[in-house]
Design a protein around this ligand. Structure first.
Ligand SMILES: *[C@@H]1O[C@H](CO)[C@@H](O)[C@H](O)[C@H]1NC(C)=O
Ligand SMILES: *[C@@H]1O[C@H](CO)[C@@H](O)[C@H](O)[C@H]1NC(C)=O
Ligand SMILES: *[C@@H]1O[C@H](CO)[C@@H](O)[C@H](O)[C@H]1NC(C)=O
Ligand SMILES: *[C@@H]1O[C@H](CO)[C@@H](O)[C@H](O)[C@H]1NC(C)=O
Ligand SMILES: *[C@@H]1O[C@H](CO)[C@@H](O)[C@H](O)[C@H]1NC(C)=O
Length: 666
């Protein structure tokens, strides 16, 4: 044999090996300790071999891909897609068993570069612009724990087939068909329990099926989802396989224990005995059902918005504004930028009143009228939805109530919206409640503020010509006028997020600690969710502390839980603000405010009173009803998940015992 022949043979062998590896490409990872994956974002492999696609971080996204792509197109039948099969074991571990966000996706993609994708509802795959674009070349099997109306999600616990878009081609509630009885059993994705998914695609009949079962149940015969999908335009010749996951404001760990994949064949089964252990759940945190309400998220959001404002306001064209044809009719509500610039001495830091969740607020005096105003600068990125939003602002500007901060008008510039309000000389209520250097508000003052805010909210909910949902009731959004009357400010701004004009939105808006449970589930703000937040506000004012106090002793972290515990024990008044110690006042008033707070923040929206009823209770016109006894036994978790609930899948004590607390550093 000549050397040349040998060399040719050698090359042939090499080529044969490579193509074999591609055509019949397969791999099995029972644990990821020695897996060579390409990771990005918040993805990591912990020493035990567990792959965290995202850890429990805020607004995190992460990706984990097999480093080499696979050949997905057939050579023999040009254009047609090859068959493939994969199976993996995953667990979704919310930091607080209350609720999770957002989801985990098995991905087949022509690229591993998802740098422009957004977290939260975009699951780390797409963004506002490229969702549903056919040039994405992405197939996803999503495990989604939030219902996003914009993607027509069916619920907050579903499995979906996504083709280039988060609007699933087919989706269904998580669960499986029991082989022996044929009955459907619900599974809860975010239950911190390991579950297995099988995805099989038959290139010939274009049949894609997704099957699911809790570990260690064998693959059920009947798939959970199946669709006939021609993937030929989705798949390019060379595609990467891997995972993407994303968090919104709710800290959740999305992890994988094992993964097996095979082109043109059935993926090799996983060896459960070799899978790494799951993090042990810390019982302390498991009990914190209400603790998704970390104020952290709103702080981070505030920072984000403020940062954007700072960036955007590079005084390029000093007085340039945006004025479009559709705005002509709003002329009287429009301020010129020049006037606002002069009023605030050029948005001088000396006139800065504060920075809230939506931007910075400056104090000013309008040069034309000498009227004192507060000017809020809000950044926004696109003009999409701006028209509706401005229409809404103008209509809100028509609200007139002594307990509502008057919106005087607006101005629009590139990337920025300016809102002009009546100036409130005493600032926000939370300044008074938490600033030790100021004298404590007396009970009489607090009670008057509470009644004022209630009457302002009643006006928005029921007395004005259209229903206005405030969406962000909290002490820092209650402003105090010269006579220390409470006035509601900042309403409607959360709508900006709904219209998609602010980047990095998540569907859950409002402030942690004031969020009603159903809001986390549906993302839909209603007068009932306002009442819930008003309840948290009542407790905040009476107890003189924030709804969530991460540094407090365990039973006191969550104000609502703590007040409820004291109510059960008959020691309700012990929760009153210690700064009221020297004050003499009718304690029944405080008692009824505390009870009313519990009633308004009832986990079940049906049990909450309307603002009209609240007003009657506060005025003493009608007697406070007893707090429903069911309150004591209501488990928020089961309430949230009632419709997707199957007692089979609640973490049993045995599965809990080998789960360990993961996200350290707390
Ligand atoms: C892991 O994969 C990368 C990309 O293919 C490769 O460059 C690297 O050598 C691999 N490392 C190991 C240890 O196999
Ligand atoms: C990923 O894509 C972005 C934008 O498309 C690009 O700027 C960046 O360089 C890419 N990153 C890599 C590692 O290719
Ligand atoms: C889809 O994406 C491609 C490539 O990024 C782009 O050229 C095209 O305009 C996009 N199509 C739509 C409808 O946005
Ligand atoms: C969606 O999946 C179900 C369950 O497998 C199946 O019966 C139905 O035909 C699928 N729908 C589509 C549009 O593929
Ligand atoms: C999550 O991962 C990031 C980056 O890998 C790290 O900086 C952060 O500390 C981790 N957070 C938690 C809660 O583990």
């Amino acid at each position: 044999m000549s050397f040349r022949l040998l060399k040719t043979l050698f090359i042939l062998v090499i080529l044969g090996f490579a193509s074999c590896r591609e055509e019949d490409g397969s791999f099995v990872f029972n644990g990821f300790r020695s897996a060579n994956l390409s990771l990005d974002g918040f993805a990591s492999v912990v020493p035990d071999g567990l792959l965290l696609v995202t850890n429990a971080s805020y607004q995190a996204k992460g990706h984990a891909f097999h480093p080499q792509p696979f050949k997905f197109k057939s050579d023999t039948t040009p254009g047609s897609t090859l068959s493939f099969s994969t199976t993996f074991v995953f667990a979704i571990i919310p930091k607080y068993s209350y609720v999770s966000g957002h989801g985990l996706v098995f991905v087949v993609s022509h690229t591993t570069n998802f740098s422009t994708a957004l977290p939260s509802q975009f699951l780390g795959l797409f963004n506002f612009n490229d969702n549903a674009n056919a040039s994405n070349h992405v197939l996803g099997i999503e495990l989604d724990t939030i219902a996003n109306p914009e993607f027509q999600d069916i619920n907050n616990n579903h499995v979906g087939i996504d083709v280039n878009s988060l609007q699933s081609a087919n989706s269904t509630s998580a669960g499986y068909y029991d082989d022996s009885t044929g009955a459907f059993r619900n599974l809860i994705l975010a239950s911190s329990v390991p579950m297995q998914i099988w995805v099989d695609y038959d290139g010939q009949d274009m049949q894609l099926s997704v099957t699911m079962a809790p570990v260690p149940i064998a693959k059920p015969k009947k798939p959970l989802l199946s669709s006939t999908i021609d993937l030929s335009s989705v798949m390019s010749d060379s595609m990467y396989v891997g995972f993407s996951s994303a968090n919104g404001p709710l800290f959740t760990t999305h992890c994988l224990l094992g993964w097996s994949f095979k082109m043109n064949g059935i993926a090799e089964p996983l060896d459960y005995a070799k899978l790494p252990p799951l993090p042990r759940l810390d019982s302390k945190h498991k009990s914190q059902k209400l603790a998704i309400w970390l104020p952290l998220t709103s702080c981070a959001l505030a920072l984000l918005v403020v940062a954007t404002v700072v960036l955007v306001v590079k005084r390029r064209n000093k007085y340039a504004e945006l004025l479009e044809d559709w705005e002509k009719e709003y002329g009287p509500h429009r301020f010129s930028y020049k006037e606002l610039f002069r009023a605030t001495k050029g948005f001088n830091d000396k006139t800065l009143l504060g920075s809230g969740g939506f931007g910075k607020v400056y104090q000013g005096v309008l040069p034309s009228s000498n009227v004192e105003v507060a000017v809020k600068r809000v950044s926004h990125e696109s003009r999409q939805g701006m028209k509706e939003f401005v229409a809404e602002i103008v209509s809100i500007g028509q609200l007139r109530h002594r307990n509502v901060v008057q919106l005087l008008g607006y101005c629009r510039r590139k990337g920025e919206l300016l809102l002009v309000y009546d100036y409130m000389p005493n600032g926000s209520l939370d300044g008074f409640l938490y600033d030790e250097t100021r004298p404590a508000l007396s009970w009489a003052q607090r009670f008057r503020i509470i009644k004022g805010v209630a009457s302002g909210l009643l006006y928005l909910h029921q007395d004005w010509e259209q229903i206005v949902v405030h969406r962000d009731i909290k002490a820092s959004n209650v402003l105090l006028d010269r006579e220390l009357n409470g006035r509601l400010g900042d309403f409607g701004l959360a709508r900006l997020y709904d219209h998609g004009t602010v980047a990095h939105t998540t569907h859950i808006m409002g402030t942690m600690g004031y969020l009603a449970p159903e809001l986390a589930k549906t993302g839909k703000a209603t007068t009932k969710t306002d009442v819930f937040a008003f309840g948290a506000f009542l407790l905040e004012v009476a107890c003189g502390r924030r709804p969530v106090e991460p540094s407090a002793e365990e039973p006191q972290v969550l104000l609502l839980d703590w007040v409820r515990e004291n109510w059960k024990r008959g020691t309700l008044l012990a929760t009153g603000d210690p700064r009221l110690a020297g004050d003499i006042f009718p304690v029944e008033e405080m008692e009824s405010v505390l009870k009313l707070g519990l009633l308004c923040s009832h986990p079940s929206s049906d049990a909450r009173p309307t603002m009209r009823q609240v007003m009657h209770f506060l005025d003493g016109d009608s007697a406070m009803p007893d707090i429903p006894p069911a309150y004591t036994s209501i488990d928020i978790l089961s309430l949230i998940r009632r419709d997707a609930f199957d007692d089979y899948m609640m973490p049993s004590s045995s599965s809990v015992s080998h789960l360990f607390e993961l996200s350290g550093g707390r």
